[in-house]
Design a protein around this ligand. Structure first.
Ligand code: MTE
Length: 319
């Protein structure tokens, strides 16, 4: 994501560093820093880029990015957007190593227009669901993309348990607000807490995932631990991290990015190579690990699964 800035503010790292150059530099820094930082890294990840023992086993596997090589663990866990931990791509991996604080059990509130609201501890929330590995493309609004082997379960399954009523037209998601743990929240770069929303049919679409892991391991802080949304046909910012509230609402929710730049970020934010961002084209993207850009696919390549939901809509107006 990019924030419009006044003349005096510093450019973001993503604006001045091509991500491939950036990753090469990270690789170099990681190799040289491995020994020094080994004791600070989570167990099993002492050598950056190598896969640790999987935490989740016996995963049901589904691949929605057929034929594509997943991005490296290194890329997925060091090149992040998570403004609660700073606006540069590198800061979440550095600032979120202790996140979330394990001494405070993670709680998710499910409320609003539903018959079975409740407050759940993370373990209780995920226990009833079958964990799947789903390999999805992620296309960021800034023009880079990755292929990520997520671990998670269908949001639809959780919604069915909450039993939304007939007034529930949308689902609103909220990230934790805790500046003690999330130092980026001391700066008013967004209207905290980060919020996002989906229309009910989008939330119920079988592709929509609540992710709890990557590469068979629990999510790291920088990727939105312990639980985040993944909506693979929409630009990356819809995939809200570190969720503490899921609320069923009647009116269209206004997300943090819609508030921050209503001309630039709409509610739908479907990946669409034909609808440019006001400040740049969306027709091409650079896959992390590749040199040349490739064409961006309509709905990020998930047209078959999702196009029917938008058949009667003008996607230029509903961007
Ligand atoms: N969720 C929160 N709470 N805060 C954020 O800044 N960034 C979004 C999204 N979810 C963001 C967020 C953006 S812009 C992208 S591209 C994806 O997370 C990036 O996810 P990743 O870092 O795991 O690749």
């Amino acid at each position: 994501m990019l924030i419009r800035k006044n003349k005096h503010s510093e450019p973001l790292e993503s604006e001045v560093t091509d991500h491939q150059v950036y990753l090469n530099r990270r690789q170099f820094l990681n190799t040289s820093a491995t020994i020094a930082t080994a004791t600070m890294l989570p167990m099993g990840l002492a050598v950056a880029g190598k896969e640790a023992e999987p935490t989740f086993t016996d995963l049901v596997k589904s691949d929605f990015a057929a034929g594509e090589e997943p991005s490296t663990f290194e890329a997925i866990t060091t090149y992040n957007n998570f403004y609660e931990f700073g606006t540069s791509k590198s800061s979440p991996a550095v600032l979120a190593t202790e996140f979330p604080d394990k001494s405070q059990p993670w709680k998710v509130t499910i409320d609003g227009e539903c018959d079975k609201p409740g407050d759940y501890h993370y373990d209780d929330l995920i226990r009833p669901f079958t964990m799947e590995e789903r390999i999805y493309r992620l296309r960021c609004v800034e023009g880079w993309s990755m292929v990520i082997p997520w671990v998670g379960f269908s949001l639809a399954d959780l919604i069915k348990r909450a039993q939304p009523n007939s007034r529930a037209k949308y689902v609103e998601f909220t990230t934790l607000y805790d500046p003690e743990q999330m130092p980026g929240q001391h700066r008013k770069v967004l209207d905290w807490p980060y919020t996002e929303g989906l229309r009910m049919d989008e939330a119920m679409n079988p592709l929509t995932l609540l992710a709890v892991g990557i590469y068979g391991q629990e999510l790291l802080g920088q990727n939105g631990a312990p639980i985040r949304l993944v909506v693979p046909w929409k630009y990356g910012f819809k995939s809200i991290k570190s969720i503490v509230r899921i609320r069923f609402v009647e009116q269209l929710p206004t997300s943090s990015w819609m508030k921050s730049g209503p001309r630039e970020y709409g509610f739908y934010s479907n990946v669409n190579p034909e609808v440019d961002h006001p400040r740049w084209s969306q027709s091409r993207e650079r896959r992390i690990g590749e040199f040349l850009k490739r064409k961006t696919l309509m709905f990020n390549g998930y047209e078959e699964q999702v196009a029917h939901m938008y058949s009667d809509m003008d996607l230029k107006k509903n961007f």
